[in-house]
Design a binder for this molecule. Structure first.
Ligand code: DGY
Length: 343
């Protein structure tokens, strides 16, 4: 699919993206926009090399693609100066390789903060109140009347919430748990990597009922929290941050939410833990080997699983596409961009 075929700068998007704003702004700035129409969901390195071709000024790519040495070399050979992931996470991008080949990298922070935090909050409630399990039970025609024990879950009021990775998204999640439930839910926010002045932010906003505490260690979070939401970036320091030992440190009836990246959790250890501890629950948006789940996870009734949809609101996805286009444009033309992973 090609827009503005005579544009001076050739910008390729490896996927069709929501909205038209991103296309229009590239066209207005003299770009020829080419959108890959391949039907398969995940493009290979070879597919992307073919898309880059002999001349390409910039590429908008996706988190499912492996942007390493080979692709940045190909983009650089084609005269490319700019690449943007349509994602805030950029663990699929080798920024050093990009720099080496003179390609500037962009990502899409900010526009997906609240949307992602909303999904983490939704999964928290869904897991606590066993909503998906109950829904499946109803649809299977198994409901034959109210029972005192039927789908008894956890009450979140008065529980201790742990946020691991309190950057933009983790902090928004914490704020949501406070604001949405402040009259009903008193939470202690234990944050490992807490953003500066977060306590001051809460005070300034008059959210008094909340007791807020910075955890001394990750272990303290694991031991004390009833509900833990994971929001760190994925790198070698956070790979399998939640593993057999950390799961064993958590409360037997705790809830774990992951809307960050799959490999932050050792999924094999998690499946085993879910089997051994039927009262332990998880809400997962991300998986170690997407699009697959580790064997056994799909059978676990104490797991709520959704297909990496944390940023999937119309407004957000259009915003991500627009920001990715602006990143590529800015880096082609040499002006500062908002989505700069080094900021
Ligand atoms: C991201 O942006 O990194 C999310 O995983 C997808 O929105």
């Amino acid at each position: 699919e090609v827009y503005n075929p005579n544009g001076k700068y050739r910008v390729v998007s490896t996927k069709s993206m929501p909205g038209t704003r991103w296309i229009n702004l590239l066209i207005e700035q003299d770009c020829r926009v080419e959108i890959c129409t391949q039907k398969k969901t995940i493009l290979s390195v070879e597919d992307i090399i073919a898309l880059i071709g002999d001349k390409c000024d910039g590429v908008i790519g996706q988190l499912t693609e492996d942007w390493g040495e080979t692709l940045f070399a190909a983009l650089s050979r084609a005269g490319g100066k700019a690449f943007s992931n349509m994602a805030v996470g950029y663990n699929n991008v080798d920024v050093n390789a990009a720099n080496k080949h003179g390609v500037a990298v962009g990502n899409t922070p900010g526009v997906l903060t609240e949307t992602t935090a909303e999904l983490a909050a939704s999964l928290s409630l869904a897991a606590a109140r066993r909503i998906v399990e109950s829904d499946q039970f109803m649809r299977a025609g198994l409901y034959d009347g109210w029972l005192p024990h039927l789908f008894v879950g956890n009450l979140l009021k008065g529980q201790t919430v742990g946020v691991i990775g309190a950057g933009r998204i983790g902090s928004a999640y914490a704020r949501m748990m406070i604001i949405y439930f402040s009259q009903f839910l008193f939470v202690v926010i234990i944050a490992c990597f807490v953003i500066a002045a977060y306590g001051e932010f809460l005070k300034a906003n008059g959210e008094q009922p909340v007791t807020w505490k910075r955890a001394a260690s990750m272990d303290e979070v694991l031991r004390e929290a009833d509900l833990i939401s994971l929001h760190p970036i994925l790198d070698k320091t956070t790979y399998h941050l939640i593993n057999k030992e950390s799961l064993a440190t958590m409360k037997k009836e705790a809830i774990l939410i992951n809307c960050s990246r799959g490999p932050v959790v050792d999924e094999v250890a998690l499946v085993e833990h879910l089997k051994q501890n039927p009262m332990f629950r998880v809400g997962l948006d991300v998986f170690e080997d997407e699009p697959y789940m580790k064997p056994g996870l799909a059978d676990m009734k104490n797991a709520v699983v959704v297909p990496h949809i944390a940023s999937a609101s119309k407004w957000t996805r259009e915003g991500m596409a627009t920001l990715a286009a602006l990143n590529v444009l800015g880096n082609i033309k040499g002006y500062p961009v908002w989505g700069d992973p080094n900021r």
